[in-house]
Unconditional design. Structure first.
Lengths: 328, 367
């Protein structure tokens, strides 16, 4: 069927009606074909409409969440104003709410986790994408990495509390900082493990998609494997690798359960990366059920709004960077 | 070809149906939820309660016993005291349960007056991790406030040593563990500290979540207990029942009369043997009772004084009142086995008087 689908819509005039055999039997065949074509057109249009509706539902959902957050945090915005963002005290008793310690805790733990995870996720991506794409060991590694993403976060939190925290405490004793174990550093370690699969999986498929003529040309010119990775694969895949890292950062920003179990949950501003702190997500999870005053509840919802906006801003910046990589 | 075609068609129909459903539910999101499961039906279905998670184990036991003898089902949602009060305010439950009496702001949110009935007693104990100390640690209100304000930072501080004569205290740093989630336990503990320490009252205050001047937060009794067990030199507050069940060490507290009291079911019940005001909204913390443990508290069930609202039937109101009356009398026998302190005689008689004040259409329900 040589129909032109310009704007996606098909009309009756698009059907080629070729009246060649005007025998009754030929007419019947043509009628059948026309009928089937109509059905196909209808199916096509219904399918297209379904896709549009699905897309619209997603947009409505995101806007709806944003709108709900804004409306519900209005009492707190009215009562506290912009001071909310850089206020250093979170005191539900006296109705003083400042999100700064939690904003700082969220950003600090997430970016630290990202720093720790990047070498690992890059290494896994290159190992699986370039060195050993096939075989039982790479398959096993690939599945193991994907399993890391599938483990529920409360298990990470539990493991972190039982195993990681005592190790960090010993480390802190040697470093001479207050040996509490729980804190920003411990939660960053946990987060780093949790976010490795996102960057690693995306990076692996990106690296596998590098056209082999490019690599072969480089090998033909006498490049070593390391040189091929550095000058061909990494430049070719950098936007994909960055997208993976961005994805893992988004995960780290919003992670709640594992973080709240090992971060120490104090509203004081962290003095160093070993100090206990708190993140926006874990404050919401901790205090939401017992927020017994309207302003308190509203301040917690505003915390959700801030977290939402932080994620949006970071994603927008990331998109810009990816665009620049791809346009080069 | 043909079968494939029909498959696609079937799939599409399913997709369209799904899409229209999600749109419909999207459009309907504006309706206030909860109208479907309100207690307003006045039918013979189960009573609905919500609130304190501290009460939940006791309530489960009591309600299952009660349903065996009286055939009445009670559906209790352990969502936290604050959430229980909000649900009562929204009139979506028959009763709320809270570890703290309603505060002024919560009261003003109500459309009709509510009454508090004390149903059980709990206590908050100070658990610690000092492997060198074999005797039970003793704490005074002054020392406790000093520790949690971050002023006393070492275990061998002279102030601690002065009340623990003969005990060899280590020179380790004190690590404070507190609840990170808003909780009735925190409310009881901070209410006590606010009463005994003017400094605490001005710097921190009382509430289910406060701005802690020092220490680490952890979620739930189990989280705080975990921090204490893990960290040498740690001290934290947990529920008495949790401490007993997990055999954690806990300190003797000095009460108002000057006696050092070991927290136990008996000493918590004793704390409530005081003059109880007619509305029962009294904090047992820093009790006047000479043998009472000072960090004790009632837990309350809260209902509307006038039970005729939202088309509730007299039958439903009577069932609720009878259940509550059973809970403060016969229901108390299940307390001790679950490490709850039974109500003191003074509390039971106060509860009786309050239950009798409940009305349906202006007439008393219980005779």
């Amino acid at each position: 069927m040589d129909t032109s689908v310009e704007n996606g819509a098909l009309t009756r005039s698009d059907i080629p009606l070729r009246v060649i055999h005007s025998t009754p039997e030929g007419m019947a065949r043509i009628k059948r074909r026309v009928k089937r074509s109509f059905r196909q057109i209808r199916t096509e249009n219904v399918f297209r409409r379904t896709l549009t509706i699905m897309g619209l539902v997603m947009i409505i959902l995101v806007l709806g969440i944003l709108l709900t957050l804004i409306i519900q945090s209005l009492p707190s915005i009215k009562a506290l104003g912009l001071k909310y963002l850089w206020g250093k005290v979170w005191d539900p008793v006296q109705d003083i709410y400042g999100a700064w310690p939690f904003l700082l805790g969220t950003l600090l733990s997430s970016f630290l986790a990202l720093l720790i995870s990047i070498p690992f996720s890059l290494a896994v991506a290159i190992f699986l994408g370039e060195y050993y794409p096939k075989g039982w060991l790479p398959d096993f590694l690939k599945n193991a990495v994907e399993l890391i993403a599938a483990v529920p976060s409360v298990i990470y939190g539990f493991w972190g509390l039982a195993v990681l925290v005592p190790i960090v405490r010993t480390l802190e004793t040697h470093l001479g900082v207050e040996p509490v174990g729980v804190g920003i550093f411990s939660s960053s370690l946990i987060l780093a493990i949790m976010i490795i699969p996102y960057a690693a999986s995306l990076g692996r498929s990106m690296i596998q998609m590098v056209p082999s003529p490019l690599k072969e040309a480089a090998y033909g010119l006498g490049a070593t494997r390391w040189e091929v990775i550095r000058s061909v694969i990494l430049p070719y895949t950098k936007s994909g690798l960055f997208a993976g890292i961005l994805l893992s950062l988004g995960r780290a920003l919003g992670e709640t359960m594992a973080v709240t179990m090992v971060i120490g949950n104090t509203s004081l501003i962290p003095k160093n990366i070993f100090a206990p702190g708190n993140t926006m997500a874990s404050v919401i999870a901790n205090e939401f059920t017992e927020a017994d005053k309207p302003v308190y509840l509203s301040a917690l919802i505003e915390l959700g709004l801030v977290l939402f906006l932080v994620t949006v801003v970071i994603n927008l910046i990331g998109k810009k960077i990816i665009d620049r990589f791809t346009n080069e | 070809m043909k079968t494939l075609f029909f498959n696609i068609k079937g799939l599409l129909t399913a997709a369209v149906v799904f899409a229209s459903f999600s749109l419909v539910s999207c459009g309907g999101g504006g309706n206030p939820s909860g109208t479907d499961s309100t207690a307003s039906g006045g039918s013979d279905e189960a009573l609905i309660g919500a609130g304190s998670s501290f009460d939940n184990p006791l309530f489960s036991k009591q309600f299952s016993q009660y349903s065996q003898t009286n055939g009445l089902k009670v559906n209790y949602q352990s969502v936290g005291s604050g959430a229980g009060i909000s649900q009562l305010t929204a009139k979506t439950v028959d009763f709320g349960a809270s570890d703290a009496p309603m505060n002024g702001k919560q009261d003003s949110g109500l459309t009709a007056p509510a009454i508090h009935i004390p149903v059980t007693e709990g206590a908050v104990v100070l658990s610690y991790n000092l492997s060198e100390v074999k005797d039970t640690l003793k704490l005074s209100p002054d020392v406790l406030a000093g520790i949690f304000l971050g002023k006393i930072t070492k275990w061998n501080d002279p102030k601690i040593a002065a009340i623990n004569k003969g005990v060899k205290l280590p020179a380790t740093a004190i690590l404070i563990a507190h609840r990170s989630d808003g909780s009735g336990t925190t409310n009881i503990f901070t209410t006590y500290l606010s009463k005994v320490s003017p400094d605490w009252s001005t710097i921190v205050g009382k509430g289910s979540a406060v701005n802690w001047p020092a220490g680490l937060g952890s979620k739930g009794n189990e989280g705080v207990a975990g921090l204490i067990k893990q960290t040498p030199g740690a001290i934290g507050y947990i529920e008495l029942a949790y401490a007993i069940q997990n055999s954690m060490p806990y300190a003797k507290m000095q009460n108002k009369a000057g006696n050092f009291i070991t927290p136990s079911i008996a000493s918590v019940t004793a704390a409530a043997n005081i003059q109880i005001p007619p509305d029962s909204k009294v904090s047992l913390t820093n009790t006047d009772a000479a043998d009472g443990y000072p960090i004790s508290s009632f837990s309350w069930v809260i209902i509307y004084k006038e039970q005729k609202y939202n088309d509730r039937s007299l039958d439903r109101a009577t069932k609720l009142l009878k259940l509550l009356s059973w809970m403060i009398h016969d229901g108390q026998q299940y307390s001790a086995a679950l490490n709850y302190a039974p109500l003191s005689p003074a509390a039971v008689s106060a509860g009786d008087a309050i239950l009798k004040s409940a009305t349906y259409d202006g007439k008393p329900i219980l005779q």
